[in-house]
Design a protein around this ligand. Structure first.
Ligand code: PEP
Ligand code: MG
Length: 567
């Protein structure tokens, strides 16, 4: 038995066979080709397949993201047919008997180098395109599948160096018992997804731990202690089984709270909503007795596919969600891609040194207005089928919000021109997840219907700590006074403008903060579905109306006023 220590990011424990998710990029070996002639033909076939794929992508995306943005696929197809590039590959195969994948990788490296040293920024960016084209060809030549295709069809404990949010979202939930990754952190999207699936998860185990595990090895995860146990002994298995039973008993005990409203011990109502990664999580939301959906991360509709969902597909997904929520409020956040949620088929602006500080969320929407307009039209049409609100992620400036509201209006006009009658006004909110937005929340509040505080990003950007980086775990103070101060200021400004305010980041489910947040004046908390009932129980023990609470409330108000005066 061997024990590895990481950070538990989702409670619970599991025992099962390990399945290793191997990195997506297979090494290209320099093995000579048996027959250069056959190898050349193999290359030509792969090239044809890639060009056909790129042409299809170009056509599909011209409709959904506009011709200008779809051009990137045409450029890739052109590169795959470039004479010099192909001559280089042919020479390497025929004269140097290189295998086709290796010949492609070498030719692409030379060409990318040439591009990356050019004077024009536009031409320098083409280096990334060459690498993308080469990757596509190599994948076809090596018959590679998506990494998740190789996972077993019997239950397993997933062990990986890291997981992308797209990979996590597409896993077969009936088979995954738990997650263990070498990297990651508490608020990385993979950890958030694991929590929303109610599966035990560990991050930050380090690469040595994952390297020590082989496919099929018996492993156990203890999410509470943050340990991964390789080949657990009988005593450990018995202890974890006992823990599992205790957890199931607690979950069963909380079931009676499913249909009760959320109230403090002294009768203050709290809106307790659930976060959902995908419309597929609807079942989990309904099962946990969520009073609404406080955050639907709509970008998950866009991940792990080859073209963006068009207006009709999005409408169908949102409509399904709204109808099944039976009139309960649903807040859908517009596309938040970029940073750790990269979408390979969408054009990248250029290589980003710091993607988390780059063109993500509304910045991407504003630079690709057609993509945003398609989503806005789908949302506006979906609004007819339930209680829908929409919010924009990662706002930093008043002008940005004005531009988004103008685009929203443009989407409404486009639909009216197409003959749609929109009978409802959809409330529009923004996420407060940058210090900039919190500091100007007095200006932003009168422009919207509500605020939702995204504490995951607010913490990342306030503390200048990458939420993906497991090396920062020892430095991370989730209750840092600077973050709490920005939250307090945001709430005070929302109240002053007469709008409601919620918290949808992971701190919303942190029981240590619940009372403080409610005293600050938070109206809504949105948490992972598996945590919802224990939060409801926890809130039911909180008393806000004692004399102590009055004192505390006064303190909160004076803090807030001080913050606002200093802002
Ligand atoms: C947040 O940043 O707190 C948030 C809820 O958004 P996400 O975790 O999807 O970035
Ligand atoms: Mg965020």
């Amino acid at each position: 038995m061997e024990v590895f220590y990481g950070k538990g990011v989702s409670d619970g424990c599991c025992i099962g066979a390990a399945a290793i998710l191997h990195s997506n990029r297979a090494a290209v070996k320099n093995e000579p080709a048996a027959s250069p002639e056959d190898e050349w033909h193999r290359y030509l076939t792969a090239r044809e397949q890639l060009i056909a794929r790129l042409d299809a992508l170009c056509r599909q995306s011209a409709q959904s993201v506009g011709e200008e943005n779809a051009d990137i696929f045409a450029i890739h197809a052109m590169m795959a047919q470039d004479e010099d590039f192909n001559r280089e590959i042919e020479r390497a195969i025929r004269e140097h008997r290189q295998n086709a994948a290796y010949a492609v990788s070498q030719a692409a490296r030379g060409l990318a180098d040439t591009f990356s040293h050019m004077d024009s920024a536009y031409m320098r960016e083409r280096a990334t395109d060459v690498r993308d084209v080469a990757e596509g060809l190599i994948r076809l030549l090596q018959g590679e599948h998506a990494a998740t295709d190789t996972l077993p069809d019997t239950p397993y404990v997933l062990c990986a160096d890291d997981l992308t949010p797209g990979q996590t979202a597409t896993l077969d939930r009936s088979l995954v018992l738990g997650f263990a990754t070498a990297r990651g952190s508490l608020t990385s999207h993979t950890a958030i997804l694991a929590r929303s699936m109610g599966l035990p998860a560990l991050v930050g185990l380090g690469t040595d731990a994952i390297a020590a595990i082989r496919d099929g090895d018996p492993v156990a995860i203890d999410g509470q202690l943050g340990t991964l146990i390789l080949c657990p002994d009988a005593e450990t298995v018995a202890r974890l089984q006992q823990q599992q039973q205790a957890q199931s008993a607690r979950a069963a005990r909380l079931q009676h709270l499913r249909h009760t409203p959320t109230r403090t011990a002294d009768g203050t109502s709290v809106k307790l909503y659930a976060n959902a990664g995908t419309p597929k999580e609807l079942e989990a939301v309904l099962a946990c007795g969520g009073e609404g959906i406080g955050l639907l991360r709509s970008e998950f509709l866009y991940l792990d596919r080859t073209a963006p969902p068009d207006e009709e597909e999005q409408l169908a997904a949102y409509r399904h969600l709204l109808e099944n929520m039976g009139g309960k409020p649903v807040i859908i956040r517009t596309l938040d891609i970029g940073a750790d949620k990269q979408v390979s088929y969408l054009p990248r602006l250029e290589h980003e040194e710091n993607p988390a500080l780059g063109c993500r969320a509304v910045r991407y929407s504003l630079t690709h207005p057609n993509l945003f307009l398609t989503q806005a039209r789908a949302l506006l049409r979906a609004g007819e089928y339930g209680d829908l609100s929409v919010m924009f992620p990662l706002i930093t400036a008043e002008q940005e919000l004005r531009d988004l509201l103008r685009l929203w209006q443009q989407a409404e006009e486009q639909l009216r021109d197409r003959g749609y009658h929109l009978s409802k006004r959809i409330p529009i909110g923004i996420m407060i997840e940058t210090p900039a937005a919190a500091l100007i929340s007095d200006t932003l509040a009168p422009m919207v219907d509500f605020f939702s505080i995204g504490t995951n990003d607010l913490t990342q950007y306030t503390l200048a700590m990458d939420r993906q980086n497991s090396a920062l775990l020892p430095f991370l103070q989730p209750h840092h006074p600077a973050v709490l101060s920005l939250i307090r200021m945001t709430i005070a400004n929302a109240k002053r403008a007469g709008i409601w305010v919620g918290v949808c980041g992971e701190l919303a489910a942190d029981p240590v903060l619940t009372e403080q947040l409610l005293r600050m004046g938070v109206d809504e908390l949105s948490v992972s579905p598996p945590l919802l009932l224990s939060m409801r129980e926890h809130i039911s023990h909180i008393r806000l109306s004692t004399s102590h609470s009055l004192k505390e409330t006064k303190k909160e108000i004076s803090h807030a006023t001080k913050d606002v005066c200093h802002s």
